[in-house]
Ligand binder design. Structure first.
Ligand SMILES: Cc1cc2nc3c(=O)[nH]c(=O)nc-3n(C[C@H](O)[C@H](O)[C@H](O)COP(=O)(O)OP(=O)(O)OC[C@H]3O[C@@H](n4cnc5c(N)ncnc54)[C@H](O)[C@@H]3O)c2cc1C
Length: 479
């Protein structure tokens, strides 16, 4: 029995923990009922799961911590969960990360070891999906995408072998794992990453009236393009339910790696470019990298509290409700007219619907764009921004027409983004699957990704709706 062969835990549908074990970050996938969920604690556990699934004719779903927006880490087969393989160890010039470690745990574990790593801007995203898809965040401009810093990885392959890949061992696999997306080539049990040298940082937040949104959105993009790599920042347009006095609001926030005076001067430049004054502006005291990132990701919550609700006795991190989204990468600052069109698609007149929705932009460029497009599988070396729209519904089953309205809104948003787009990021997939999604996600690297897939997983054992080869490779039948 698989249960007896695991150091970790197997949770089957009849076990009391199953309703919790099958959850992803988004509640939409709570209706999916996997064959079982295996919490692996070692590479041997992963191999045992793989062999069991193959012997039983089951499909597998690799899960880091379940943040896939389109539910790619669950299904009716065996969920191979890596979340307990969550070590973060400084080892000479590199840092070893378990395949399922969450950003907040890595930051916390590495703090006393005086190491810092690149993470995204959400606390519970795991390295497994984040790094294999690329890995974008506030450190992108200064230190490149997260996967640029992978020195090596240990991977369990479809034939049951465990290999280490690096520039000199299994180099094609090493290339593909840096941006080709999770769930396509094998199960990464450990990453070896180059840490970053960013001991101190300053966090900031500014809020702007919605009436200034076009000017702020336009100015923010120009500001990012002209600004230093030390600036990591996002902009979000939020509906009234999240704004001061119940009014929609624009939030610009992030971190700065240089001296605080430089950040203050940069924020003055933003206000000048926008020709508007923020409702509020907060510049936090300069602090250690781990503390500033913890504050940005978790606010005043402790590490235990910041984990996803249900994952521990103190955990209260929120889950996301049913959502429809459109995201694209853009290659330049939008003009004022284009920013205005982006806000038209946001559609302020929907305010009375009282739905959770936002227009989110993350600044990219800098070091990430000084790497050739084909050097790793992550091709988007000309992207300056990730821009997208999300709308959510908390009680979709009791809200007739909600699914159609959310889909229509996300589609309109996608159409507004299309003229600006230079590609799409595999880790922020749109709900609507486009005809040419392979080119959109991987550009000219898709052909090589297919070759690597054929070499390492010719029977397409590792797959999900948008994995490499999911449209072209034939697959052995499995659930
Ligand atoms: C709220 C939220 C905020 C986000 N913020 C950011 C951000 O700031 N920056 C950013 O770049 N992205 C961000 N993302 C996107 C995130 O990086 C991707 O969703 C990522 O794939 C999630 O990784 P996961 O392991 O937690 O998710 P999972 O759903 O577990 O996995 C995602 C995909 O990776 C595969 N996978 C997971 N672990 C492994 C592994 N060890 N080996 C091989 N394949 C694996 C899965 O099979 C699946 O296909 C965010 C997502 C959400 C929902």
């Amino acid at each position: 029995m698989l249960r007896d062969r695991l150091r970790g835990e197997l949770v089957e549908p009849t076990d009391p923990g199953f309703p919790q074990a099958k959850q992803l970050q988004n509640t939409e996938y709570d209706t999916v009922r996997p064959h079982a969920v295996a919490y692996c604690e070692s590479e041997q556990d992963v191999v045992a799961c793989l062999r069991h699934a193959q012997d039983q004719g089951l499909g597998v779903h690799i899960r880091g911590n379940g943040h896939s927006m389109n539910g790619w880490s669950t299904g009716e087969g065996l969920v191979i969960d890596l979340s307990r393989m969550n070590h973060a160890l400084a080892d000479g010039p590199i840092v070893r990360l378990g395949g399922g470690i969450q950003s907040l745990d890595a930051l916390d574990a590495l703090k006393p070891q005086r190491r810092q790593i690149v993470t995204g801007t959400f606390p519970t995203v795991s390295a497994g999906g984040f790094l294999t898809g690329g890995g974008l965040g506030w450190q992108t401009r200064r230190f490149g995408v997260g996967s640029d810093r992978i020195a090596a990885a240990r991977v369990v392959l479809a034939d049951g072998r465990s290999v280490r890949c690096s520039a000199t061992e299994e180099p094609d696999l090493y290339w593909a794992l840096r941006g080709g997306g999770g769930g396509s080539f094998g199960i990464v049990t450990e990453f070896e990453v180059h840490p970053i040298d960013a001991p101190m940082m300053t966090g900031f937040e500014t809020l702007w009236a919605y009436e200034d949104a076009v000017d702020v959105l336009t100015a923010w993009q120009e500001w990012c393009v002209a600004g230093p790599d030390e600036l990591g920042t996002s902009l979000v347009v939020l509906p009234g339910m999240f704004g001061p006095q119940g009014r929609p609001v624009v939030r610009v926030w992030g971190v700065h790696l240089g001296p605080t005076e430089q950040l203050v001067a940069e924020l003055d430049v933003l206000a000048e470019r926008a020709g508007a004054k923020p409702i509020s502006r907060t510049v936090q005291p300069r602090g250690t990298y781990a503390d500033v990132m913890h504050e940005a990701l978790c606010g005043s919550q402790t590490v235990a509290q910041c984990h996803r609700t249900g994952s521990g006795p103190e955990a209260r991190g929120h889950r996301h409700p049913y959502t429809r989204q459109s995201y694209r990468l853009t290659g330049r600052a939008a003009t004022r007219a284009e920013s205005s069109a982006l806000l038209d698609a946001w559609d302020a007149s929907l305010e009375q619907e009282k739905r959770e929705r936002y227009l989110l932009c993350i600044a990219l460029g800098g070091a990430a764009n000084r790497v050739p497009r084909t050097a790793t599988a992550y091709a988007h070396r000309d992207a300056r921004f990730l821009i997208g729209y999300q709308m959510a519904c908390r009680n979709v089953s009791e809200d007739p027409g909600a699914e159609a309205r959310l889909t229509a809104w996300a589609d309109r948003a996608g159409a507004a983004l299309a003229p600006l787009a230079c590609g799409s990021y595999i880790n922020f997939p749109s709900s609507r699957v486009s005809e040419d999604w392979e080119t959109d996600f991987f550009g000219e690297n898709h052909a090589r990704l297919l070759q690597v897939k054929r070499a390492y997983d010719p029977e397409n054992f590792f797959r999900h709706a948008q994995s490499i080869g999911s449209r072209t490779l034939t697959t052995k039948a499995a659930s």
